[in-house]
Design a protein around this ligand. Structure first.
Ligand SMILES: [Zn+2]
Ligand SMILES: [Zn+2]
Length: 201
């Protein structure tokens, strides 16, 4: 079960978390892997779209983002990428060591990697410059049309996470694709501005 958010970007929703599949011409790239039950949904979507899954990029290591990593490693040929500060934690949690260690500012599979430590040490946002779309992981969540910071008890350093939210104002994007909640199309930046004001940042 998947929906096309806009041409070339597909969303798979499972319980409370989103996984995105992004079309890169002859193959697909997944942003995160959801929980354990998401694997079958991802494989179904990949089959329906009809292009091979060649890469998985993890925004961070929490189990609602890495829950299907083991299954996808076994069932696909996809290369797995995560920020270098997150790789060790992911290996410990899932038993799967990411193949590619990402750094701030590099471009991987058409995404610019933005290192945003706070929620976890190696949390990243992924910027697709062509469509001005920002995949934020858990930096912010959407609820009832508004953005919120992720509940503070889930973040390693909530204060640092807040600083990272304010930094998004420097990024050129229009669409914001969160792991939790609905994608914001066109008005993502305005919604971040509104959150930054509300938090008094
Ligand atoms: Zn998280
Ligand atoms: Zn999460």
């Amino acid at each position: 079960m998947h929906e096309e958010v806009f041409p070339g970007v597909y969303r798979i929703f499972d319980s409370f978390v989103n996984v995105y599949l992004v079309d890169r011409g002859d193959h697909l790239v997944a942003v995160d892997t959801g929980i354990e039950t998401t694997c079958g949904k991802i494989l179904d979507a990949v089959g329906e779209i009809g292009k091979p899954l060649k890469a998985i990029i993890l925004t961070h290591g929490h189990l609602d983002h890495t829950g299907s990593l083991k299954c996808l490693r076994e069932r696909t040929e996809a290369v797995i990428a995560a920020h270098r500060d997150e790789v060790e934690g992911i290996a410990e949690k899932t038993g799967i060591e990411p193949d590619v260690k990402l750094q701030d500012g590099e471009v991987f599979e058409g995404f610019k990697v933005l290192h945003k430590p706070g929620h976890t040490r190696g949390s990243i946002c992924l910027l697709d410059e062509g469509t001005k779309s920002l995949f934020v992981g858990d930096l912010v969540v959407e609820r009832n049309g508004r953005l919120e910071e992720v509940p503070q008890q889930y973040s390693l350093n909530p204060e640092m996470n807040r600083k990272r939210i304010a930094e998004l104002l420097e990024v050129d994007f229009e669409n914001l694709l969160p792991a939790h909640g609905e994608p914001l199309l066109g008005n993502g930046k305005e919604k971040v501005e509104e959150l930054v004001k509300r938090l008094g940042l």
